[in-house]
Design a binder for this molecule. Structure first.
Ligand SMILES: *Cc1c(COP(=O)(O)O)cnc(C)c1O
Length: 471
């Protein structure tokens, strides 16, 4: 499979096209765009019927096979999937739980850090190691986190030979659980930096390092944010997993997805392109609702970010939205590059007619404020006995308010374990969710992190003097 950039020219531009290995290691395309497969692989109804009842690791290998063709053999892929998904906290990996006649929860939080990001990042870590070993290279990952991504990324690469990670978090501004999930991972290739300042400051340091020749000439820098195609690919699998249980290919389901960077829900779009019948994809947002506005009125303009009880969705610019706009807008890389350049200048854009029509064919949206999120948590607990996390609550609220026929099953993606956000859950339901036994000693383990002042040079110098591999 060849990969093309959303801002480049088409596959015929051989200089821009990469294979799966190249796209995985590159992350972002050199023209600033995002990688997508040159064409969508498609399964027939019979292919899909033959997937019913497959264990998750085997299903994962079937779904991913066309995307990795040429970079991994079926045996290599099968083994990777067994290693990654054989190790989750639930035998079903992403179990589907019924709430009532119409509503279901797809639990994506049984990985090591209790959020859905593990499903893809655990895979990405192994892919990095496989490809780097092949090339005899090392990778230094530098990232900034406001919570979930950092811990999932650290757990994904801890102990790997060819990857080293420096994760910056704003000191005192991530929750205790989130910080401990990063700082109690003791591996020689993991470095936690507690930075003075905000998440945006930490993020700015990371961006500056990627642009700093004194760093890039000595280190082979990599990123793990959700712009990496391999992450999205791994997320396609659980849409099939749920859809098959609900009757695919003979019956369609709808999916409600708590959305921030538009990565998770874009994987649902990919599943539909591959032949999975999907009635509707519901983009669920909190009050940071740029996507809700874009889908309703075509108005994609940024405001200021409001902090909420669903911090992983407090995002103004959803990087992966560009992938959708590119695909539904006719895959015109030059037009996309122009549209994004204008957006980056003015922080606002109007979707074109074809983008609006293309998106509204499959997507709808819903928005939940704190009050509505709280009510969704209460409903799930009182009526179904399910304690859910606030991000999932935003999704459930949107699912309950979507205009979808009563005969269509609606699956809400449960993106985090409630014990990651115990205060908000307790305020809503009166129940303080306990951490699962497998992470239960989190508060007993010793932490390791270095505290760094607010200036960029301090962070950069720490990375330069502690990185063990060079480019
Ligand atoms: C990251 C995250 C999201 C948002 O997912 P995107 O792929 O960025 O849209 C939602 N919920 C939780 C708990 C998350 O960690």
């Amino acid at each position: 499979m060849q990969y093309i950039s959303t801002r480049g020219s088409a596959p015929q531009d051989k200089n821009m096209a990469l294979d799966f290995e190249g796209a995985t290691l590159a992350g972002l395309a050199s023209d600033g765009g995002l990688y997508l497969p040159a064409q969508w692989p498609r399964f027939s109804e019979d292919d899909i019927r033959a997937m019913r009842g497959l264990p998750y690791p085997e299903l994962a290998a079937r779904i991913m096979a066309p995307f990795v063709a040429g970079s991994l053999t079926d045996d290599e892929l099968g083994q990777l999937c067994q290693e990654v998904y054989g190790d989750f906290g639930h035998a079903a990996v992403t179990p589907l739980v019924q709430l009532n006649e119409q509503h279901w929860l797809l639990e994506l939080f049984h990985g090591p850090t209790l959020a859905f990001k593990d499903v893809a990042l655990q895979m990405l870590g192994r892919l990095f190691e496989t490809f780097l070993e092949r090339r005899g290279e090392h990778l230094t990952i530098v990232g900034a986190t406001s919570g979930d991504t950092g811990s999932a990324a650290i757990r994904a690469v801890a102990g790997l030979e060819r990857v080293e990670i420096f994760m910056l978090h704003p000191r005192g501004k991530v929750s205790d659980v989130q910080r401990r999930q990063m700082t109690t991972v003791r591996a020689p290739n993991v470095h936690n930096l507690a930075i003075e300042g905000s998440f945006d400051d930490a993020q700015a340091h990371v961006k500056a390092m990627f642009a700093d020749a004194s760093v890039t000439k000595t280190l082979n820098l990599g990123a793990v944010n959700s712009i990496n195609w391999a992450r999205l690919m791994a997320q396609v699998v659980y849409y099939f997993y749920a859809g098959l249980q609900l009757g695919a290919p003979d019956r369609a389901a709808a999916y409600s997805v708590p959305t921030g960077n538009f990565g998770d829900i874009f994987a649902g779009y990919v599943a539909s392109k591959m032949g999975l019948p999907i009635e509707q994809l519901i983009v669920a947002t909190n009050v940071n609702d740029i996507l809700h506005r874009a889908l309703k009125d075509g108005d994609y303009s940024t405001g200021t970010t409001t902090p909420t009880i669903t911090p992983s969705m407090d995002i103004q610019v959803s990087s992966n939205f560009e992938r959708l706009l590119f695909d539904v807008g006719g895959r015109d890389g030059h037009a996309m590059a122009e549209q994004m350049r204008a957006f980056e200048k003015s922080r606002a854009m109007q979707l074109t007619n074809s983008q609006r029509e293309g998106a509204s064919a499959l997507f709808t949206s819903g928005r939940a404020d704190q009050e509505e999120t709280t009510r969704a948590l209460q409903w799930a607990y009182r009526n179904c006995g399910q304690v859910i996390d606030p991000h999932t609550g935003v999704g459930l609220h949107a699912a309950q308010n979507a205009d979808i026929g009563a005969d269509v099953p609606i699956v809400t993606l449960a993106t985090a374990h409630p014990a990651k956000f115990p205060d908000a859950v307790e305020r809503a339901t009166g129940v303080r969710p306990a951490l699962p036994a497998r992470v239960g000693d989190l508060f007993g383990r010793e932490e390791a992190m270095v505290e760094i002042g607010g200036d960029y040079e301090a962070a950069r110098d720490f990375v330069l003097s502690n990185a063990s591999a060079s480019a």
